[in-house]
Design a protein around this ligand. Structure first.
Ligand SMILES: *[C@@H]1O[C@H](CO)[C@@H](O)[C@H](O)[C@H]1NC(C)=O
Ligand SMILES: *[C@@H]1O[C@H](CO)[C@@H](O)[C@H](O)[C@H]1NC(C)=O
Ligand SMILES: *[C@@H]1O[C@H](CO)[C@@H](O)[C@H](O)[C@H]1NC(C)=O
Ligand SMILES: *[C@@H]1O[C@H](CO)[C@@H](O)[C@H](O)[C@H]1NC(C)=O
Ligand SMILES: *[C@@H]1O[C@H](CO)[C@@H](O)[C@H](O)[C@H]1NC(C)=O
Ligand SMILES: [Ca+2]
Length: 546
């Protein structure tokens, strides 16, 4: 409890920290003007704004009234659920109410009187709005936590669902998955969906009530154990797009698949002690506003970002009318500390024609009328278009960021498409970087592979195939350890040449030297040879070392 409190205190400044301002009025040498920043709303307690649905119908207890027992007191079944009596009813709304100190109010299911038919229930929370989790999801169970359950999420208002986390007292048995803990995850697996046994084992219903979806521990992989380096997390979210989406959702679904068993098997003679009871579902998150708003309000029955940067829409996901000269982009957390607003630009600057470029495109092209401005779509790589009369097309001119094409949608020759970048990303085109000596030309295919000369290999053609060695390009080996073996104790040096023992010569040291110092061509002294070898080996080793 103490550690939780310190954690909370620690994180308070975070909520107020970076990205809380969308703009500020600054004065510089040129006079006062607005400066714009990437911005996001503060985290909120979002359970109060959720629409909740509990399935199947009739799963909530009390209609008809029913008695239930507890695992601690299995034969003292004094409690009763009665939907028609406000004091004894347990409707779904009690999962989201504000409780008075020490008085748990909870939703409760019917008991497992239909055993062995499974007792299952779905609890679906819908926000009709994209939200980004900023803290753990905490589900509090009275009378014991389920032995098997699942958390699912949707990103499209409930049209499609994805597993978010699996929970079981035995992951292998329930889901054929190994049991994992979030604290075992690493930077590359921070968005992995896993099965955990941490919240499903019986520990007494009073002692361990909570089931967590651990957001903080996943954040901590990047931001450090006390979440002190949130900028690292934010930077990471920009480069690994799946990471941001992992914490984003519009709906959550709790699939309760098997209730608490009190530690053992199901006792058929007392099925009244098996049921689900949830007193609270805590969801702390912020509205997803694509870094274009620092406020999010409940209006017209839904959450709505208060969009800045001339954007609009529930998530600030579009440019306002007349501000569509640049294609819409989300704001970016980078560069720290203020990020990039990537604001929508005002119309008018869009078709500012550069007469020289205009002239080079076509003698018969002319500046289009305002209606055609909408066609100047260059994915943000240009804000100038030209109308080519005889083709009847509007085409972008001077595409930047190594792009080309009518909409700057292709990469220039010598560049290839960055598969992890959107079309409107500045780093959408990557230089092929083909090795000049190893490749035939400087172009590459869509996955960045260059076309190699004979003997060269590797995506950039900067490596040699086996049997070739690199010397200003790849050349066939002169010697090796298999077929082209250096003779007479000669040593093959990087495949390039044989280093012959004293007294021998030739490409493969195949010839004996028969000059004045080596009179005895047939029997070169073995000690001389081996000491020469030793010297050579030492030399070679030192070369390899370096
Ligand atoms: C719970 O939701 C899942 C899909 O997420 C569905 O397959 C299942 O039938 C639902 N169960 C009930 C009891 O509605
Ligand atoms: C969801 O939000 C949209 C946009 O605000 C609104 O038009 C729609 O009616 C909402 N749907 C529901 C079911 O509330
Ligand atoms: C949005 O448009 C207004 C003009 O209506 C302009 O004054 C303001 O600077 C624009 N904001 C941004 C972030 O571009
Ligand atoms: C590819 O695009 C991603 C996303 O914008 C960027 O982070 C990455 O650096 C790009 N890769 C290269 C090699 O430029
Ligand atoms: C690019 O070339 C490499 C190597 O030849 C090949 O494996 C890859 O499939 C090619 N990619 C495309 C998209 O053609
Ligand atoms: Ca409650």
């Amino acid at each position: 409890m103490l550690s939780l409190a310190t954690l909370l205190v620690h994180c308070l400044p975070l909520a107020m920290g970076h990205y809380d301002m969308c703009k500020s009025w600054v004065t510089s040498d040129v006079g006062p003007s607005w400066e714009f920043y990437a911005c996001q709303p503060k985290p909120m307690v979002l359970k109060e704004y959720a629409m909740v649905k509990v399935d199947p119908p009739g799963i909530t207890c009390g209609d008809p009234p029913e008695r239930f027992c507890t695992h601690e007191n299995p034969y003292l079944c004094s409690d009763e659920c009665d939907a028609s009596n406000p004091d004894l009813a347990h409707p779904p709304s009690l999962m989201f109410d504000r409780e008075k100190e020490g008085l748990a109010t909870y939703w409760q299911s019917v008991t497992w009187r239909r055993y062995p038919e499974p007792l299952v229930a779905n609890i679906t929370l819908s926000w009709n709005k994209s939200i980004e989790l900023t803290d753990d999801i905490v589900v509090t169970f009275e009378y014991g936590r389920p032995t098997v359950m699942m958390l699912e999420k949707s990103l499209d208002n409930g049209r499609t669902w994805h597993p978010y986390q699996y929970y079981a007292d035995d992951c292998m048995e329930a889901f054929v998955m190994p049991s994992k803990k979030v604290r075992d995850l690493s930077a590359t697996s921070a968005n992995r969906v896993l099965c955990t046994e941490e919240y499903s084992r019986w520990a007494g219903s009073k002692k361990e009530k909570n089931v967590l979806f651990e957001v903080r521990e996943r954040f901590a992989i990047f931001a450090g154990p006390d979440l002190g380096k949130m900028e690292n997390l934010y930077t990471r979210m920009e480069s690994a797009k799946g990471l941001k989406d992992f914490f984003t959702l519009t709906d959550l679904r709790l699939r309760l698949l098997r209730p608490a068993l009190g530690g053992t098997y199901v006792q058929r003679e007392n099925l009244y002690k098996y049921f689900y009871a949830i007193s609270n579902i805590e969801v702390t998150a912020r509205c997803k506003c694509n870094l274009h708003a620092n406020a999010c309000n409940f209006r017209d029955g839904g959450l709505q970002c208060e969009c800045e940067h001339n954007t609009t829409g529930q998530d600030c996901g579009r440019c306002k009318k007349n501000f569509r000269t640049k294609s819409w982009r989300a704001g970016s957390y980078t560069p720290t500390p203020h990020g990039s607003p990537n604001a929508c630009a005002v119309a008018g600057s869009a078709l500012g024609m550069d007469p020289t470029i205009h002239a080079t495109i076509s003698a018969s092209s002319h500046v289009p009328e305002t209606e055609e401005k909408a066609d100047c779509e260059c994915y943000g790589h240009s804000n100038r278009c030209s109308y080519i009369d005889y083709l009847n097309v509007v085409t972008c001119v001077s595409c930047k960021h190594n792009t080309r094409g009518q909409h700057c949608q292709h990469c220039r020759l010598g560049y290839y498409r960055n598969a992890s970048a959107e079309l409107d990303d500045e780093s959408v085109c990557i230089e092929c970087n083909c090795n000049q000596l190893g490749s035939l030309h400087d172009r590459c295919n869509e996955t960045g592979y260059c076309e190699c000369r004979r003997g060269a290999t590797g995506s950039k053609c900067d490596d040699c195939m086996p049997d070739y060695h690199w010397r200003q390009g790849c050349h066939p080996n002169v010697c090796d350890e298999e077929l082209l073996i250096c003779q007479n104790d000669g040593i093959c040096h990087h495949g390039q040449r044989c280093i012959c023992a004293s007294g021998f010569k030739g490409t493969l040291c195949q010839d004996a030297k028969c000059d004045s110092t080596h009179r005895n061509c047939d029997s070169a002294s073995s000690t001389v040879v081996s000491s020469a070898l030793l010297l050579l080996c030492t030399l070679m080793l030192s070369v390899v070392d370096v």
